[in-house]
Design a protein around this ligand. Structure first.
Ligand SMILES: Nc1nc2c(ncn2[C@@H]2O[C@H](COP(=O)(O)OP(=O)(O)OP(=O)(O)O)[C@@H](O)[C@H]2O)c(=O)[nH]1
Ligand SMILES: [Mg+2]
Length: 297
């Protein structure tokens, strides 16, 4: 039996969470075509015949514009220090090694661990471009392997698991076989609501959203069917954002709620009654007292 912790590191929006969701086969982490989608470090578990791989999804590396951003980047590099294997994800569309990737490469060289380079989104470019990127990166570090993949087209994803397994040491199963994440149901609910808000809202509004579940109670309907009554608050940075999140005649909030409910019903296998509120928590992304829960230990 082999096992180990695998940290997924990369710039924001390169597809780290998409890769993890696909490899685990469950929706573990929020995915959106926005920067800074993942805010916290999330564990996701893949059980194979002779191994258990524990993935650590990390917030994307970016130039922080808030205290929250500082914490996110710090956490991403922080957990990578404890990983057995690093999976460094870059985008196939890159022309060369940009600033962000350069910084990550420096940290990888410092860590000097077994590192697999994954070039994601190959569906967007031609083969010659991928070959050129491989050449550029080969000269930078002695990667255990370089794997071009497309997560949306499901190309080469299983190769990532094979390569990780090769690089793991012998070890026990750290998690029960039926577990696939360390997140609580409450966290999954909060992340699902935030993901819908991220997808539906524009500009700076979605980056200042924080979701907190206030109540979660299982009940029976009149027809004796089980139902989850969930109430949550969406916090935002300022009054003007609140109006945008609620939308004309409450339309935007309704949409966020409907999309989140549909996903959660599938995920949790139970009917859900979801109530959402919107409140302002003025500039919380720069206030320490709200950021403590994001800090690791
Ligand atoms: N075309 C294409 N798009 C992809 C692929 N993989 C992921 N995406 C898209 O890329 C966007 C970002 O994906 P995420 O998985 O949220 O990226 P991330 O690296 O986790 O981002 P952060 O959490 O912000 O660091 C989403 O819109 C995905 O659908 C791929 O193989 N091809
Ligand atoms: Mg992510």
């Amino acid at each position: 039996m082999k096992s180990g912790f695998v940290s997924i590191l990369g710039r924001t929006n390169v597809g780290k969470s998409s890769i993890i969701n696909s490899l685990v086969g469950e929706k573990v982490a929020a995915v959106a075509n926005k920067t800074q989608t993942t805010r916290t470090v999330i564990r996701a578990i893949v059980n194979r015949q002779n191994s258990q791989i524990i993935f650590i999804d990390t917030p994307g590396i970016h130039k922080p514009k808030s205290k929250l951003g500082d914490v996110m980047v710090e956490n991403a590099f922080g957990v990578t220090k404890d990983a057995d294997v690093i999976v460094f994800v870059i985008e196939a569309t890159s022309e060369e090694i940009g600033k962000g990737d350069k910084l990550i490469l420096e940290k990888i060289k410092e860590a000097n661990k077994k590192t697999i380079l994954v070039i994601n989104k190959i569906d967007l470019v031609d083969k010659a471009k991928v070959a050129k990127l491989i050449e550029i990166y080969k000269n930078e570090y002695n990667f255990s392997s370089i794997i071009p993949v497309s997560t949306v087209k499901n190309i080469n994803l299983d190769v990532i698991l094979d390569e990780i397994e090769k690089n793991l040491n012998e070890g026990p199963a750290y998690y029960d076989i039926e577990e696939y994440t360390d997140q609580t149901t409450r966290q999954l609910v909060e992340e699902t609501i935030r993901e819908k808000a991220l997808k539906l809202l524009q500009d700076e509004v979605p980056h200042g959203i924080l979701v907190e579940v206030e109540k979660m109670k299982k009940k029976k309907t009149m027809q004796n069917e089980p139902i989850y009554n969930i109430e949550a608050t969406i916090y935002c940075l300022r009054e003007s954002h609140k109006g945008i999140i609620i939308g004309k005649n409450g339309g935007m909030l309704k949409k966020i709620g409907t999309y989140a409910r549909e996903d959660l019903e599938k995920m949790l296998g139970i009917k859900i009654n979801l109530k959402l509120w919107v409140k302002v928590r003025e500039d919380w992304i720069n206030k320490d007292r709200f950021l403590n829960s994001f800090r690791l230990n």
